[in-house]
Design a protein around this ligand. Structure first.
Ligand SMILES: Cc1ncc(COP(=O)(O)O)c(C=O)c1O
Length: 374
């Protein structure tokens, strides 16, 4: 368990590799596997996650910014890397120099990439991003062929494929997703009809990898399932995923307060009876959302214990009445297992009215990580 630190964010890299292998097994062998490690690997630590996934056998990595791509290269990672949010024109030289592939949706970026590639005597690899219904980045399907035609003049660009992103692939009702997929594959067929090879076209996130094999195409692009969470929180996938992140702390102070005592800022919780309270040195400065106030639970001695009152900046109170021998220094689990009980990121997300993705990013960016299973 923990040593002297008050808050410990655990990252189990063996679980990450396990999740990769489980997902890989669900894809045909010729399908390439891009692990999405953007946003510091969803808070799990970019370099540690990328190294483990590279060692486990992923074909590609996907990051959110040039900075993240360069960090991978500086760490000696030589796998193909795709910049999922594209680049700015001023970033083209660095992207080409570092052999980073770019999601492309702006003509000025195409020009900058071509110019950088010319200067450096290289080709710049791009994936044309098409917006088939996510309503986010990408050219519209009806503009894509013209956009592609405009790229013919840039011999320095290697157009590896078309790509798109799914908006609701995690829903059981796949109507919208299938429409997105159909529009994408129709466009792909039309582009190929015009002589574009586009060997690496892709649209599948975790949910589509799991439930929509026809969306795998040339490459799959999962993120959340690698980190052990189902994309649809109330519909766990039939894949034995292992949670990668955990958050643990210890009781800072124990106290017994009489009936009618008010707990924490705002006096939002008043005790009915004598109450054993444990003060935990974790709060919203650690990415532990204030929305967990009077809603969330933690695990102490294998028991679920409720948060009483508001989550503070660096402290939170839980009620441990009836649990024998809870003392200062007692281990506390805020995310992860304790005995046969477990608090999942999905549960935290439910209490905090968000999604597991945000829980991971918030906890991961606010706390020093302790890696196991490297
Ligand atoms: C472009 C792109 N592809 C793939 C993913 C992975 O999605 P998921 O984590 O749902 O598997 C993301 C994540 O949001 C993304 O932005």
């Amino acid at each position: 368990m923990m040593g002297t630190s008050l808050v410990e964010l655990g990252i189990d890299l063996a679980a990450l590799a396990h999740n990769y292998r489980e997902l890989r097994r669900r894809c045909d062998p010729q399908v390439r596997f891009l692990a999405v490690v953007k946003a510091d690997a969803y808070g799990h630590g970019l370099l540690a996650a990328a190294r483990k996934l590279a060692e486990a056998g992923v074909d590609y990595l996907g990051v959110g910014s040039l900075e993240e791509g360069l960090a991978l290269r500086q760490a000696g990672i030589t796998l193909p890397v795709l910049l999922l949010a594209g680049i700015l024109p001023g970033e083209a030289e660095a992207a080409v120099a570092a052999d980073l592939e770019v999601m492309l949706f702006r003509r000025d970026v195409a020009e900058s990439l071509a110019a950088a590639a010319r200067t450096q005597g290289k080709r710049a690899r791009v994936h044309l991003k098409v917006d088939t219904g996510m309503g986010r980045l990408g050219v519209l399907p009806q503009e894509a062929l013209e956009f592609l035609a405009g790229l013919r003049e840039h011999r320095e660009l290697e157009i590896l494929g078309l790509c798109s992103h799914l908006a609701v692939a995690e829903l059981e009702d796949k109507t919208y997703t299938l429409k997105q997929l159909r529009d994408f594959t129709d466009l792909l067929a039309a582009a190929r009809g015009q002589g574009w090879a586009l060997p690496l076209s892709h649209i599948a996130n975790s949910a589509a990898l799991w439930e929509l094999k026809e969306a795998h195409l040339g490459l799959v692009r999962p993120g959340i399932m690698l980190y052990g969470s189902p994309p649809a929180p109330h519909r766990p996938p039939p894949v034995a995923l292992k949670p990668v992140m955990s958050l643990r702390s210890q009781v800072l102070q124990m106290k017994r307060v009489p009936p009618g005592s008010s707990i924490s800022y705002g006096c939002t919780y008043i005790t009915q009876d004598w109450c054993d309270l444990a003060v935990i040195p974790v709060g919203y400065c650690h990415g532990y959302s204030r929305l967990l106030s009077n809603r969330g639970e933690m695990l102490i001695k294998g028991h679920r214990v409720p948060i009483r009152g508001r989550v503070c900046m660096n402290l939170t109170m839980v009620e441990v009445t009836g649990i024998p021998d809870v003392r200062a220094g007692e281990p506390v689990t805020l995310l992860g297992p304790d005995g046969n009980k477990r608090i999942s990121a999905e549960e935290l997300a439910d209490w905090a009215q968000t999604i597991s993705y945000e829980i991971y990013c918030a906890l991961g960016s606010a706390n020093p990580r302790h890696y196991t299973g490297a």
